[in-house]
Design a protein around this ligand. Structure first.
Ligand code: GSH
Length: 201
């Protein structure tokens, strides 16, 4: 049985819970309260030297970190990761985009806003972070205006990775009113079998 170390409000962790449920895979959830430093204990650092969730422990005890690497591992040989070389690379394209352009803006601002921010220091970065977040949403909107899904018109782990923080972007103050294609895409995701909420596992 897989063991997932996770913190339920985390979008990075939610990606893994979305995928495990979509694939109907059972797992044990080990909750790690990152706000109390539980991902930085000596014990946890032995599992992930980077001190972060999500962390997937396999049946043989091996541990895998980085949400998008975990998505690729679990989705291998399933319909959620295309076999076609170019389509598979396009999934990776969206996963790298998510980590470089989307998450550092949208997830970070959400974290600030839901944890007592913005502080004076955060305020100094806020407009750049908001602009970066909207720029990422613009890229997604353009893609989803013509297609139902991000890659090859089938639901893949690219959609899971981008959905995780997009669906809670409003908690950071992002307004999705001008993003109808993204809103329709999110509705399609919610209607899929075995969809779970960010608070679920
Ligand atoms: N790039 C990593 C980011 C992981 C990450 O930032 N995790 C945060 C929660 S979303 C965390 O564990 N923070 C606790 C800490 O830094 O102590 C991934 O995609 O998994």
């Amino acid at each position: 049985m897989y063991r997932l170390y996770d913190f339920l409000p985390s979008g990075n962790g939610y990606k893994i819970r979305l995928l495990l449920n979509a694939l109907d895979l059972s797992y044990d959830l080990i909750e790690v309260d990152i706000l109390k430093g539980e991902s930085r204990t000596e014990e946890f650092l032995k599992l992930n030297a980077n001190g972060r969730i999500p962390l997937l422990q396999l049946e043989n005890g091996e541990c895998l970190a980085e949400s998008n690497a975990i998505l690729i591992y679990l989705a291998e040989n399933t319909p959620l990761l295309p076999e076609d070389r170019l389509d598979k690379a396009r999934v990776l394209q969206w996963l790298f985009f998510e980590q470089y352009n989307h998450e550092p803006n949208i997830a970070v601002v959400r974290f600030w806003m839901t944890h007592g921010g913005p502080t004076e220091e955060q305020k100094a970065q806020l407009s750049a972070k908001m602009a970066g977040g909207y720029a990422a949403l613009d890229v997604m909107e353009k893609r989803l205006t013509d297609q139902n899904w991000l890659v090859s018109d089938t639901f893949t782990v690219a959609d899971i990775a981008l959905y995780a923080y997009t669906h809670v972007a409003h908690e950071g103050g992002f307004d999705l009113e001008d993003y109808p294609a993204i809103r329709n895409w999110m509705e399609r995701i919610v209607k899929r079998d075995r969809h779970v909420l960010i608070t679920d596992h």
